[in-house]
Design a protein around this ligand. Structure first.
Ligand code: CAA
Length: 289
């Protein structure tokens, strides 16, 4: 059985998937970024080009490294063709259990036997998709943070049936990306970093909804008193209010905990389609989404 990872496939070319694919390609992996929509792939190419060109301009990366990464990166709608060659598939599609289970079952059919199938989800733990495959020992969560090109941490979360060797391979993979692996001993929705973040976000939204302070002032406090790079409301706009909303729903669905449900103001923004940076308006306004 091949244990060397050479070829990586990332499913879903949204904010997370596209940057994860870029990280893998920059680290030397032959990488494919897959989406069902060509327009989404075109947008991902445009955004990655702008981002990586800016990194070159600012002297953060060498032009030759970025060009070589583009040589290694394929953007395609033909999932099964690239999955058939993959050593590792990272699923970064929509946070919907039914869709993820279908994807994992289909991947299990087309991928070689040795291929590791991991999900970037932070709320849908991998035991919930592993049993849709015939290889639960090669399934776990591999959770990147937004923006994936920048943030160091990647959480590695096995389910009960994950082979310890799969975990070791993911630790080595994360290190090869130049990132920092954080291992969890067992599954819990949200994992570690997002649970810390959720506690802060919940309190911030409660303070805002109770009229204690404006959201801008709560952000200001987080930045200037706690040294956070951005406040909880700015961060919601970066991550996407739709993502925050759907994560809360998924957590509620998994735990039955009424406290997990999205709060009033987040639900209002979600229903109004005000998702943050990507739609031009969330808590703040963005002239160029
Ligand atoms: N994509 C890629 N790179 C980005 C970026 C993006 N969206 N935004 C910023 N950067 C990089 C760029 O290199 C940028 O430099 P340029 O503007 O010169 O190109 C550099 O970061 C600095 O950016 P800014 O000057 O705009 O602002 P900053 O110094 O505050 O840094 C930040 C931006 C790195 C995002 C920083 O604010 C930060 O670390 N914020 C916290 C992010 C965070 O908490 N992420 C975790 C979210 S939770 C999550 O992801 C979990 C989940 O499951 C969804």
């Amino acid at each position: 059985m091949s244990t060397q990872i050479r070829t990586v496939v990332v499913l879903g070319s949204g904010t997370m998937g596209s940057q994860i694919a870029a990280v893998a390609a920059l680290a030397g992996y032959t990488t494919a970024l897959v989406d069902i929509k060509q327009e989404q792939l075109d947008r991902a190419r445009e955004q990655l080009t702008a981002r990586l060109d800016r990194d070159v301009e600012k002297g953060r990366r060498q032009r030759a490294d970025v060009d070589a990464a583009w040589e290694r990166l394929t953007l395609t709608t033909d999932r099964d063709a690239v999955a058939a060659e993959a050593d590792l598939v990272i699923e970064a599609a929509v946070e919907d259990l039914t869709i993820k289970r279908t994807i994992f079952a289909e991947l299990d059919e087309v991928c070689p036997e040795h291929t590791l199938l991991v999900t970037n989800s932070s709320n849908i733990v991998s035991s919930r998709v592993a049993d849709a495959t015939g290889r639960p020992d090669r399934v776990c969560n591999l959770h990147f943070f937004n923006p994936a090109l920048v943030m160091q941490c990647v959480e590695i979360v096995p389910h009960e049936g994950t082979d310890p060797q799969t975990v070791e391979r993911m630790v080595a993979f994360v290190e090869s990306l130049g990132k920092t692996p954080v291992r969890l001993q067992r599954e819990i929705p949200g994992f570690v970093a997002n649970r810390l973040l959720n506690a802060l976000r919940r309190e911030a939204v409660e303070l805002y909804e109770a009229g204690v302070a404006d959201f801008k002032d709560i952000d200001l406090a987080a930045r200037t008193a706690l040294g956070h790079p951005m406040g909880p409301f700015e961060l919601m706009d970066l991550v996407g209010i739709d993502v925050v909303y759907l994560i809360r729903l998924a957590e509620h669905e998994q735990t039955g905990d009424a406290d997990a449900l999205p709060s009033r103001s987040i639900t209002e923004k979600y229903e109004a389609g005000e998702y943050g940076r990507k739609t031009g308006r969330g808590w703040y306004e963005y002239p160029r989404p």
